[in-house]
Design a protein around this ligand. Structure first.
Ligand SMILES: [Ca+2]
Ligand SMILES: [Ca+2]
Ligand SMILES: [Ca+2]
Length: 445
């Protein structure tokens, strides 16, 4: 849409809307794009007694039209106002906030939007909605805590005989771990795999001689906070965040405020490889067990969970599999990457850990949500990689391998075989932590 909009040129008249929506109207024969052009270019909407339900209906229709660019800010203003007048104060907040953010200047309409936002914010219905949300969130946290309290420690688990696949934790607040079986697997991808890069070969068989345990989820904000508080850990400043389709490095962005909405149950981000190391060192000291990051081979073994498909058990992406760049993401950031997931996974930023289906090992979010640091130094292929599943110590050790893609990457990037590397000290709002724990006992299935 090349047109630029001002408050005057964009005003929408109820009369024009009525004509436009009428089935007998020849304009209904025009293409969606043309209808949008016509409507947004010529209309006039006073602040009087407009037919707000009709305005709302029209804006909803406009929202459903596929286009390359987002609707002009004024339509968000009208949508917010229409929702407010239709008695939907809570729903009005988002479009009004969108207008305020995108207004571009602080004119009369901007100040009206602020006043409407304030009105919607103070509405009893909004307060009621927020109270209900808080109750729901608390219920999720309580359920999770109750589950965690039921978990056995490892010794109790081992005594029961068949621990492979079961969960345990080493202290009340410790991350939930899942016991993976020893085994071997084919690491890397075939040339025919869509999205494959040459660094995913040569394909080789990797044996993992012992059972080990892997974090059921990415490390959460709440889990990381316990470490920071207990160890009085100090983080360096700054983190890269993705906004307006570019990466920016802001000093004020931190793991506590990473530029996206998060709760204690979201995956921690804005942590460097060194921070991840400090976390597992602390957890090892705290529990007397050997916690560490996964080797790249262990990560792929955990992600594949016995499958040689592109994504654990699947060669076609569907939105149950994980949180990647999807329709929700495209709508939010206004990007239109043709390799995005063509479905709606309901999250345009990180999702709370465990929001998607587990894989065959009972692990969550290997594909997408946030990238996961591994131990290995970076190298362009597997030619000199260890053949025992351990971490690679040759290659470029100023960079480490990250695996699994993230909320802002395409499904191809989240494939089991995909590899990527990033500098040790880099922090980004798309990278987090998954941990492993060594098991001394020989586990029998
Ligand atoms: Ca998503
Ligand atoms: Ca992940
Ligand atoms: Ca790659």
């Amino acid at each position: 849409m090349g047109t630029s909009f001002t408050s005057k040129s964009i005003s929408v008249s109820a009369l024009a809307l009525t004509l436009w929506l009428s089935p007998a109207n020849t304009h209904a024969q025009l293409s969606d794009e043309a209808r949008f052009d016509m409507l947004s270019g010529r209309v006039e909407l006073a602040d009087g007694d407009e037919d707000w339900p009709l305005v709302l209906e029209t804006i909803i229709e406009l929202n459903d039209i596929e286009r390359d660019e987002p609707l002009p800010p004024m339509l968000s203003f009208f949508e917010g106002k229409a929702l407010l007048r239709a008695g939907q104060a809570y729903a009005a907040l988002a479009p009004l906030a969108d207008y305020i953010e995108r207004a571009g200047s602080e004119g009369e309409v901007y100040h009206k939007a602020l006043a409407f936002y304030d009105e919607a914010d103070r509405d009893p219905a909004t307060r009621q909605h927020r109270a209900e949300e808080a109750v729901e969130q608390q219920a999720v946290i309580d359920r999770r805590n109750a589950e965690l309290n039921q978990l056995p420690d490892f010794e109790t688990l081992a005594e029961t005989g068949t621990p492979v696949g079961s969960s345990f934790h080493d202290c009340e607040d410790c991350p939930e771990m899942v016991v993976l079986p020893a085994g071997e697997f084919s690491m890397g991808s075939r040339r025919s795999e869509y999205g494959r890069d040459s660094d995913e070969g040569p394909v080789r068989t990797v044996p993992l001689a012992s059972s080990f345990a892997v974090g059921k989820y990415e490390i959460s904000v709440g889990e990381f906070e316990r470490f920071v508080d207990d160890a009085r850990y100090r983080m360096s400043e700054g983190c890269q965040t993705w906004a307006d389709n570019v990466w920016t490095d802001e000093r004020s962005v931190t793991w506590q405020d990473p530029g996206h909405i998060q709760t204690a149950n979201h995956p921690v981000t804005c942590v460097s490889w060194d921070d991840a190391q400090a976390y597992v060192d602390w957890l090892s000291g705290h529990t007397g067990e050997r916690y560490r990051l996964l080797s790249e081979a262990e990560w792929e073994y955990a992600a594949r969970a016995g499958s040689d498909h592109a994504w654990s058990g699947n060669n076609d992406w569907d939105c149950q599999l994980g949180n990647v760049a999807d329709d929700a993401f495209s709508d939010e950031v206004g990007s239109d990457n043709e390799d995005r997931a063509e479905c709606d996974d309901d999250h345009y930023s990180p999702a709370p850990v465990g929001s998607f289906a587990p894989n065959a090992f009972g692990l969550f979010d290997l594909h997408g949500n946030v990238w996961e640091w591994t131990l290995d130094c970076w190298a362009n292929d597997y030619r000199r990689a260890p053949d025992n599943g351990g971490a690679r110590r040759n290659g470029d050790c100023t960079r480490r391998v990250q695996r699994g893609g993230s909320w802002l990457d395409t499904p191809q990037v989240s494939r089991s075989a995909n590899r990527s590397s990033i500098g040790l000290t880099t922090k980004a709002s798309s990278i987090g932590i998954r941990i492993a724990r060594e098991i001394d006992e020989n586990i029998v299935e």
